[in-house]
Design a protein around this ligand. Structure first.
Ligand SMILES: Cc1ncc(COP(=O)(O)O)c(C=O)c1O
Length: 569
């Protein structure tokens, strides 16, 4: 009940707050001469305001002041990221729609609870499942349940074959019809198009089965170290430009099982608010104190860093044992790219560590496909812990952690994932070895380069054409994850279903994976998509934008012609 009340009241308060904020505008003036936490000091020198910066150490000592560069003289970089705000009337309609759904759900449950909705054999027991979650799943999410959990029966390449289903009872149960539908696949994380049933990756994986079988049946610390695992760890380190790496059978487990080996009580984690569930689980398991900073907001991150150093641990006021900043390369729900150079600057300034999850950026970003580090031209050795998965750009499974030899040696001994989980399956490793070698050009061809370039071109083209339609698209121009905002819960269902009728498979994302008001359709682009396929999808989307009222953007529509082979910056 409390949860329900908070769900109803909090957004209402937020809504009223948003209206008030909108009316208030941004015109709050700050005083110029401030000493904040004793760190930045603005002084009058020779009649001019000049800003000084003190270098701070984790034990709280403050070193000599250095003058900071005048911000007005800094060259402004054009922002490639956009997060247009929801129009007020859409926000109101979205909330009203959601409450109406909830209200109808309660009426429905009161009078027409079908048998499948009741927990069986539970007399005398407390309910096993959370009451609100059960209600939400059964009476709100069920209405659009057909848009999710779609079984497929082909490789998730540029096209994918879906198994057709029907529901005889409005989404409570589903039955297969025995038919299938081939669709353009805009929903899989197949960034470089290596999810293929034929070709060098598939045939080398099949060959690996003949030599090593499907599984090692043992963790690395026992008999799980087969030569392919050793080769993959070496190649991954070479690909990323660091000393060493360690690989695991599952990307999710790479985060959730390794973070507790690196941090514990007395450590502080500064975690981006949009971080993935695997990171959040790992951080919670570690017992460290977690503070969440606003998404990709460097001012907020710095504020937390200063605060942590000046105040230390609560109660004791002792310095934190270590401070770890946890960020992702590309955020898979927002389509944003981490501001890595600024994170690294802050890390150095405040002597904190950085854990970078490149699940969606490795392969997909950078001239050489080496992720967000490559994209910004940063030094990979500046990132203390590089993490990534093989499930996306490499068309395989598993995850890695890479960095200094010392770090990897430590994890080999202390990581639960290394000690207790079975090592990677040989064909899975072979798929990664082959695709990574192609990306690195070790096969002697330009295929890897071609795929990286094609993904970048597809991304720019698709995003620019969507922007021209007047729809709201979140994230960075260079991000192959493209969230198209539809806001309302009902529109997520309508768009996914209509696209499916036109043979386009996509993924809808709504509450609780996104804020209540920010329902969206998430397109994942791939190097496997051809321009013709993208044009087909864009033409359908153009039609739907008018039909379903998706043109929410209030920004001026760019009038330049969108060419496919635009020179990439
Ligand atoms: C940022 C991030 N980290 C980790 C994972 C987990 O990886 P996997 O799906 O390979 O288990 C994901 C999954 O999508 C992710 O988005």
């Amino acid at each position: 009940m409390l949860r329900l009340a908070s769900l109803v009241i909090r957004p209402l308060i937020a809504l009223v707050g948003a209206v008030i904020l909108n009316m208030a505008g941004n015109g709050i003036e700050r005083k110029n001469c401030v000493v904040r936490n004793g760190i930045h000091i603005t002084k009058q020198l020779n009649g001019k305001q000049r800003k000084f910066n003190h270098e701070i150490f984790q034990n709280g000592t403050i070193k000599e002041a250095k003058e900071m560069p005048n911000s007005t003289t800094k060259r402004k970089r054009r922002s490639k990221e956009s997060f247009e705000k929801v129009p007020l009337c859409t926000a109101i309609m979205t909330y009203l729609g959601f409450y109406l759904l909830m209200f109808l759900g309660y009426i429905n449950r009161l009078f027409f609870t079908p048998k499948v909705a009741k927990e069986r054999n539970r007399e005398g027991y407390a309910p096993l499942y959370d009451r609100f979650e059960s209600f939400y799943l059964q009476y709100v999410y069920r209405r659009v349940r057909d848009c999710w959990n779609r079984p497929i029966c082909s490789v998730p390449g540029a096209e994918v074959v879906l198994k057709d289903r029907m529901t005889p009872d409005y989404g409570w149960t589903f039955q297969f019809t025995g038919t299938t539908t081939k669709c353009l696949n805009l929903g899989s994380y197949n960034y470089l198009g290596f999810a293929e049933a034929t070709g060098p990756c598939a045939s080398s994986a099949a060959q690996a089965i003949q030599e090593y079988g499907c599984a090692s049946c043992s963790p690395v610390q026992e008999f799980g170290t087969h030569p392919l695992v050793v080769e993959l760890e070496k190649l991954t380190a070479e690909f990323l430009g660091v000393e060493d790496s360690i690989v695991f059978g599952m990307g999710f487990g790479t985060n959730s099982l390794n973070l507790p080996s690196l941090i514990s009580q007395g450590c502080l984690v500064l975690s981006d608010e949009k971080n993935h569930a695997s990171l959040i689980l790992g951080l919670r398991l570690s017992g460290a104190t977690i503070r969440v900073f606003k998404h990709n907001n460097m001012k907020d991150l710095e504020k937390h860093l200063k605060d942590a150093i000046v105040k230390g641990q609560p109660k004791t006021r002792r310095p934190w044992r270590k401070i770890l900043i946890v960020v992702e390369g590309v955020y898979s729900m927002e389509g944003s790219i981490v501001k890595l150079p600024e994170v690294l600057e802050l890390k150095k300034k405040y002597k904190a560590y950085v854990y970078l999850d490149e699940a969606h950026s490795i392969g997909a970003l950078g001239e050489k496909g080496r992720g967000v580090v490559d994209y910004y031209g940063c030094n990979p050795k500046d990132v203390d812990i590089l993490m990534g998965t093989f499930t996306k750009s490499f068309g395989s499974a598993g995850g890695y952690i890479a960095g200094s030899k010392h770090l990897i040696d430590y994890l080999r001994v202390n990581s639960h994932a290394a000690c207790y989980a079975s090592s990677m399956s040989p064909p899975i490793v072979m798929q990664i070895l082959t695709s990574m070698s192609i990306i690195m050009g070790k096969d002697g061809s330009l295929e890897g380069e071609r795929r990286i370039r094609q993904l970048a071109q597809n991304t720019r083209y698709f995003r620019r054409r969507l922007k021209k339609m007047g729809v709201i698209v979140y994230g960075n121009e260079d991000s192959p994850v493209v969230p198209l905002l539809v806001y309302m819960f009902s529109k997520i269902g309508a768009v996914v279903r209509t696209l499916l009728e036109r043979k386009i498979a996509t993924v809808g994302v709504g509450f609780p994976a996104t804020p209540l008001m920010e329902g969206r359709i998430r397109f994942c682009l791939s190097a496997a998509h051809t321009r013709e396929q993208l044009d087909m999808a864009l033409d359908v989307l153009e039609e739907m934008a008018s039909l379903l009222g998706l043109r929410y953007s209030q920004l001026p529509i760019p009038d330049d012609e969108v060419a496919y082979d635009d020179e990439l910056e």
